[in-house]
Design a binder for this molecule. Structure first.
Ligand SMILES: Nc1ncnc2c1ncn2[C@@H]1O[C@H](COP(=O)(O)OP(=O)(O)O)[C@@H](O)[C@H]1O
Ligand SMILES: [Mg+2]
Length: 319
C-alpha cells in the first residue's frame, strides 16, 4: 500500500508552544513509518512551506494547543488547502476554545455547569456583586485559555480585582466561576458517527496545589492520574455520557476530552479539549491504552477518522 504523506504540525505561537513541541516529537515517534511518510511543520515559521507543499499532503495532524492551533484558525487554513486533518473542524474548534460559548451550549444541552459570570476586558466588574452572586471561593480564567494559564482561585473578595486583571492580560474576556471542591475527572471520546467513550481518568493533583495548574499538568510525578477512575459504574456511565454529549453539543469531530469535577455525586462539566495533550503519558492516550488502544494505534485511528470525515463532508465551491 502506498504510504500516506502526513503533515505533522506542532509548535506554533500560543503559550502552549513547548507542550505542543513535546507532543509533536512523541507523535512522530509513535507514527508507523511503514504506513506514513511524515513531514514536520512548525506554524511559527513554516506556514509558507505548508501552503507550497499542500498538493502532496494526504492528511495533517494538528498537534497544537490553544489559540492559533486548537481554535479553528489552522483548521480553516487546511480546509482552504483541501488537506484532511484529525479531529474537530473550524466550528467545533472555535466553539470549544471559547469557554463562555461552551458553557452556554452545555447549558442548552442540560449539562450541569458551575455558576459563572463573564466580564469583558474593557468592562469594570462590580466585584462585590460578583462575589455575592458566585460565592467564594471562585475561579477566574481567561475565556480562551488553556493549560490553566492566567487562571486564579480567589478566596477573599479583596483578591478578585487582581485575578481579573491577570486573566484580562491573556484574553479579551474572562470568566468568573464558582469553585467546585471535588474529584477531578476527564473523559475522552473517539469516533465520527458512532462515538466511543474511553475509560474515565481521575486526576489527583499534588496536595500542595490548589488546582491542576500548568506545572501540575506538565511536570512528571506532580499529579497522580488514575484510570479507570475510582468511581462506581453509575457515575462512570454518567461521566462518559456527559463527555459524549459535550462533544456533540460543541460540534466536535473525531475525538475530544472533556474535563469534569465530581462533587456529592453530581458531575459538573468544565470544558472540552479538541486537541488534548498527545504525549504518550498524556491523559487521552493513557485512557486509550487502558481501553486497549496503543498510542500508535490511536494515531492510526485519528488519521482514519480524519480522512473519513473529510470524505463525508461537502466541500462547497463557487464553480
Ligand atoms: N470551577 C472550578 N472549580 C474547581 N476547580 C476548577 C474550576 N475550574 C477550573 N478548575 C481547575 O483548573 C483546571 C483548569 O481548568 P479548565 O477549565 O479545565 O481550563 P484549561 O484546562 O483550559 O486551562 C481544572 O483542571 C481544575 O483543576
Ligand atoms: Mg482543562
Amino acid at each position: 500500500m502506498k504510504k500516506l504523506t502526513v503533515a505533522l504540525l506542532s509548535g506554533g505561537i500560543s503559550s502552549e508552544r513547548e507542550v505542543s513541541l513535546q507532543s509533536g516529537d512523541q507523535v512522530y515517534d509513535a507514527l508507523d513509518k511503514d504506513k506514513y511518510h511524515i513531514q514536520r511543520y512548525d506554524p511559527k515559521t513554516d506556514l509558507g512551506r505548508l501552503v507550497i507543499d499542500a498538493s502532496g499532503i494526504d492528511v495533517a495532524l494538528i498537534i497544537l494547543h490553544g489559540p492559533y492551533g486548537e481554535d479553528g484558525t489552522v483548521q480553516g487554513l487546511l480546509d482552504l488547502l483541501h488537506i484532511p486533518y484529525q479531529g474537530s473542524g473550524v466550528l467545533g474548534s472555535a466553539l470549544a476554545m471559547n469557554k463562555a460559548v461552551t458553557k452556554q451550549l452545555y447549558e442548552i444541552s442540560g449539562l450541569p455547569v458551575p455558576s459563572y459570570m463573564i466580564c469583558h476586558r474593557n468592562e469594570d466588574m462590580d466585584v462585590d456583586a460578583c462575589v455575592k452572586q458566585i460565592g467564594l471561593p471562585l475561579v477566574v480564567k481567561p475565556v480562551a485559555g488553556g493549560s490553566s494559564v492566567g487562571m486564579s482561585i480567589v478566596k477573599a473578595s479583596g483578591d478578585l480585582q487582581g485575578a481579573l486583571d491577570k486573566a484580562k492580560s491573556y484574553d479579551n474576556a474572562v470568566m468568573v466561576e464558582s469553585y467546585i471542591s471535588g474529584t477531578e475527572l476527564t473523559g475522552g471520546v473517539i469516533g465520527n458517527k458512532e462515538l466511543e467513550a474511553l475509560p474515565i481518568i481521575e486526576i489527583v493533583p499534588d496536595q500542595s496545589r490548589e488546582f491542576f495548574d500548568y506545572e501540575a499538568k506538565y511536570t512528571p510525578g506532580v499529579t497522580q492520574e488514575i484510570c479507570p477512575a475510582r468511581i462506581d459504574d453509575e457515575l462512570t456511565r454518567q461521566a462518559q455520557s456527559y463527555a459524549k454529549i459535550a462533544h456533540r453539543t460543541l460540534y466536535c469531530q473525531g475525538y475530544s476530552r472533556t474535563d469534569m469535577i465530581l462533587k456529592d455525586r453530581e458531575i459538573y462539566v468544565l470544558e472540552t479539549n479538541t486537541i488534548p495533550g498527545m504525549t504518550a503519558t498524556s491523559l487521552l492516550p493513557q485512557a486509550a491504552q487502558v481501553g486497549g488502544i496503543s498510542f500508535s494505534q490511536l494515531m492510526d485511528k485519528l488519521i482514519e477518522l480524519g480522512l473519513e470525515q473529510h470524505q463525508a463532508s461537502i466541500h462547497p465551491t463557487s464553480t
